[in-house]
Design a protein around this ligand. Structure first.
Ligand code: PBG
Length: 327
């Protein structure tokens, strides 16, 4: 009876761990992981981030050690976020040659070499006293084009300090073109741009605002970040950025936007990154701490899902830990 003897038995390939390993369609490799890191000016000890257990705001010295550890684990890259001691209306610490990220970049240039790719987040919200991603008009709105000039200058400062890749995350129109032009004009044609092309106005960034001390003092980011209701718009953003010179593009957040990752992957052929953001991290850590989910399995499943959706690279706060596990 055919009911008793099925012809097709997909379970055959799931029978043993070795068979499952052999037939796995998706794998995580250390080189595909990028570690986001915070470095803060004027502290002498690393400061824990309460809403992200296991994540700290680094000193220059602890950053250097953590980058070494990541590189040793085979992590593909690190991306730096700076928290300056003093913030002002124009975020002047962001392109100061002695600003915290530029100092950290010089530290790393001298002792990390090519062991992992050193990247920078390029935005103003960590540097402005109002917490917005750009320069404000008198009416308190973001001045897109005035902000582009600031981004261009920050890109040059970061390149000069040794960034191999800059990651504009401010979602201003024309930012990739402005940065590419400034880099080329200042002798940094070899510095790549990883554009946060698709960035949603997301509640999942909550814990990051504590980590980077950049909660907007009024209003929100919905005039520049994308509406979670939209998908077609993401394709338009990606194509514009590639046209302006993006070498790699990013979708952010990752877990709630797997459909977008897949659509972008099927549309363009540049390397695609996805950012598993602070809220995705915090939710798993918090539920695991309560004993409600298996922490390690949930972490691996969340990352595999992002790879399976089509991301080549994943920015994750678990990068070093997972790199050690999958090596
Ligand atoms: C902006 C920036 C943010 C994140 C990365 N770059 C915050 C925001 O747009 O509000 C969020 C990352 C995360 O939540 O892990 N500089």
């Amino acid at each position: 009876m055919s009911a008793q003897f099925p012809v097709a038995r997909p379970r055959r390939l799931r029978r043993t761990p070795a068979l499952r390993r052999l037939t796995a369609e998706t794998r995580l490799a250390p080189a595909d992981l990028i570690l986001p890191m915070f470095v803060k000016e004027g502290i002498t000890e690393p400061q824990p981030v309460t809403s992200m257990p296991g994540v700290v705001q680094h000193t220059r010295e602890s950053l250097r050690k953590a980058v070494h550890e990541a590189a040793e684990a085979g992590v593909g890259g690190v991306i730096l976020f700076g928290i300056p001691a003093v913030k002002d209306g124009t975020g002047s610490a962001a392109d100061d040659p002695d600003g915290i990220v530029q100092l950290a970049l010089r530290d790393l240039a001298s002792d990390i070499g090519d062991a992992t790719v050193i990247m920078t987040d390029l935005c103003l919200d960590e540097y402005t006293d109002h917490g917005h991603c750009g320069i404000l008009t008198d009416a308190g709105e973001i001045d897109n084009d005035a902000t582009l000039e600031r981004y261009a200058s920050i890109a040059v400062a970061q390149a000069e300090a040794g960034a191999a890749v800059v990651g504009p995350s401010g979602m201003m129109d024309g930012q990739v073109g402005a940065i590419r032009q400034a880099l080329d004009a200042s002798g940094h044609a070899d510095v790549s741009i990883l554009s946060y092309s698709v960035k949603y106005a997301s509640a999942y960034y909550g814990p990051f605002r504590e980590a980077a001390e950049c909660a907007p003092q009024f209003g929100d980011r919905s005039t520049h970040q994308q509406d979670p209701a939209n998908a077609d718009e993401s394709i338009r953003e990606v194509l514009l950025d590639i046209d302006e010179g993006a070498d790699m593009v990013m979708v952010k957040p990752a877990g709630a936007y797997l459909d977008i990752i897949r659509r972008v992957r099927d549309t363009v052929d540049v390397p695609l990154a996805a950012y598993q953001v602070s809220g995705e991290y915090a939710m798993i850590e918090a539920a695991a701490e309560k004993g409600w989910i298996d922490r390690d399995r949930t972490i691996m499943e969340s990352l595999l899902a992002i790879r399976r959706a089509g991301a080549d690279m994943i920015l994750t706060y678990w990068a070093t830990e997972v790199a050690k596990r999958v090596r």
